[in-house]
Design a protein around this ligand. Structure first.
Ligand SMILES: Nc1ncnc2c1ncn2[C@@H]1O[C@H](COP(=O)(O)OP(=O)(O)OP(=O)(O)O)[C@@H](O)[C@H]1O
Length: 263
């Protein structure tokens, strides 16, 4: 596998070795989230039911304020729904205490944000393993090597984040999210701070991690070009799922988004 090979764009082959009966990596069942009350009441999520299959790369898209972040936060156990259920695998998050939720987030979920959130004083290697170190978990060296190699970071491990380009820094953040071999990675606008070629590189890698290593990734994005790297795009509007596309190209996504102008 070479960078040139990766740059050919999305290889739309969901992970071939996935057992067919595997439960979804995450799911929402009639999920609702209401903020405020009276005149200030906002239904951020209004009865969302959706399942995210293991080993798939899924994008969540929709206009500003449509509920994308709220959905991601409820699924990741960072926010509590008003009603309905959010599940990671077959674990219903409503049944967990705060301590159990924290443990689930640390051990089963990886996060990638628009801002890389790397610690400048630590080396790349230390940044990648920091979440494991904090929780006293021992890294799976073989997995870590595979992640670092796949993300092209092998010769940067002793560098500090300030010595890296934006794309390299986001690749470090991706490696950090993957280091604990999470069941699922949530990526919130992961390429929002990157230029177009660098975004393409990072998205190719995310697609590669899904298709070749079975990593489940859910990504919130505004960018049709970014969503075109995924296997499936789920569209939200006014807190509801309105549509979805499978293995779309950027033009199909853009076309579907134009419909939101008429809602
Ligand atoms: N803490 C909060 N208190 C009150 N209203 C909120 C809160 N968080 C979100 N909302 C409202 O819920 C709705 C959905 O917000 P959310 O952030 O999920 O949308 P989004 O699709 O992620 O938007 P964007 O693309 O702009 O980030 C919006 O109308 C927002 O104003």
């Amino acid at each position: 596998m070479t960078w040139a090979h990766l740059r050919h764009g999305p290889a739309h082959q969901p992970y071939a070795h996935q057992p067919p009966a595997a439960p979804p990596a995450a799911s929402a069942v009639d999920l609702a989230k209401v903020y405020g009350s009276g005149a200030r009441r906002v239904a951020a999520l209004d009865g969302v039911s959706v399942a995210f299959q293991q080993g798939h790369f899924t994008a969540i898209m929709g206009p500003s304020g449509s509920g994308k972040s709220t959905l991601m936060q409820c699924l990741a156990g960072l926010d509590t729904p008003t009603s309905g259920r959010a599940l990671i695998g077959d674990t219903d998050l409503a049944g967990l205490s705060e301590r159990q939720l924290t443990r689930l987030r640390r051990e089963r979920i990886g996060f990638i944000f628009q801002a890389f959130h790397l610690l400048p004083a630590l080396t790349v290697a230390e940044n990648i393993t920091l979440p494991l170190a904090i929780t006293g978990r021992r890294p799976d060296r073989q997995w870590l090597d595979q992640v670092v190699t796949t993300l092209g970071l092998t010769d940067r491990l002793r560098h500090r984040p300030g010595e890296l380009s934006g794309g390299q820094q986001q690749r470090v953040a991706c490696a950090r999210a993957l280091a604990g071999r999470p069941d699922i990675v949530f990526a919130d606008e992961p390429t929002g701070n990157l230029d177009t070629p660098t975004s393409a590189e990072v998205l190719s890698l995310l697609a590669h991690l899904t298709h070749r290593m079975g990593q489940t990734i859910i990504m919130v994005t505004h960018d049709p070009a970014a969503a075109a790297y995924t296997d499936r795009v789920v569209f939200l509007a006014d807190g509801r799922i309105t549509d979805e596309l499978h293995r779309p190209d950027a033009d199909q996504i853009l076309d579907r988004m134009k419909r939101f102008d008429h809602l």
